[in-house]
Design a protein around this ligand. Structure first.
Ligand code: 6PG
Length: 260
């Protein structure tokens, strides 16, 4: 059965869809994934998706493993939006989350899985290696910006997305494809992230955002045209940016221009 939001709005050129639960968010995102995969495979013969870590997308990843057909996986390439500089079997590893909830449950060629190496000397080396991998997949040099078919993003309560943290702008605003990020909150791990430039070149961007602790940042990103939060810097590719949010996260958003 088709999953539908109970409220839909367009705010600052972005689509905001509100759902009753995270399971519904995941159900809707699976439908979007399927359309994006079929369209890309029809047009370009392959589908490149970049996935975030964190807790929110886990239901989506499990559902994708159950619902997406094998013939689509055979032509899908999975990239990571970002990674903590930890071993792939550490519990903080995004690769580990994505492997356990999705990759280990589907049939996909090994060379279609593009993880971010963390056995390098430093996050910088890791970013350089990842940049090469991305550029060689898209068969382009650094002068052209690679265009992912679909990017799944999350957002933290501080408004960060991917590993683009407030206060680290000079790093992720660079012309690079992938960058090493050292969050100022030292409790956070060093990271490697796809840069803002490349995120904003994705054909379609879907944010998954749940939880009351994100309500303030979400309201700022969606309603304040002068927002400086990293998530507000994400802009539309050809298929646009869509925010899939739960009721708790959406509680501060004004609903006067609901479309449904
Ligand atoms: C990560 C992410 C990060 C995440 C947000 C939200 O590596 O953790 O890429 O940007 O999407 O922190 O995380 P939650 O979904 O766990 O709230």
């Amino acid at each position: 059965m088709e999953t539908r939001p109970f409220c839909r709005m367009i705010k600052g050129g972005r689509e905001v869809l509100i759902f009753e639960s995270l399971v519904e968010i995941a159900g809707y995102a699976v439908q979007e994934w399927q359309v994006a995969a079929e369209t890309s495979i029809k047009k370009r013969g392959r589908f490149a998706a970049a996935l975030s870590g964190g807790v929110t997308p886990v239901s989506l990843y499990r559902m994708l493993a159950r619902r997406i057909r094998d013939d689509l996986w055979a032509r899908t390439h999975i990239f990571l939006v970002d990674e903590r500089f930890v071993s792939p079997d550490a519990k903080e590893s995004n690769f580990r989350i994505i492997y356990d909830t999705l990759l280990n449950r589907i049939v996909i060629p090994m060379d279609h899985i593009h993880s971010i190496a963390t056995d390098t000397k430093s996050p910088e080396d890791s970013a350089i290696r990842y940049e090469h991998d991305i550029l060689s997949y898209f068969r382009t040099t650094g002068k052209f910006t690679p265009s992912f078919d679909l990017m799944i993003l999350g957002m933290g309560a501080d408004g960060h997305t991917a590993s683009l943290f407030p206060g680290t702008e000079p790093v992720w605003e660079s012309d690079r494809v992938a960058v090493a990020v050292y969050p100022s909150d030292t409790a956070r791990k060093k990271r490697v992230s796809i840069s803002l430039r490349v995120i904003n070149y994705a054909r379609r961007i879907i944010f998954l955002i749940a939880g009351a602790e994100k309500a303030e940042a979400l309201c700022d990103v969606i309603e304040n045209s002068g927002s400086t939060l990293p998530a507000s810097r994400v802009s539309a590719g050809e298929g646009g940016v869509t925010f899939l949010v739960d009721e708790a996260a959406s509680r501060l958003i004004t609903r006067k221009n609901d479309l449904k």
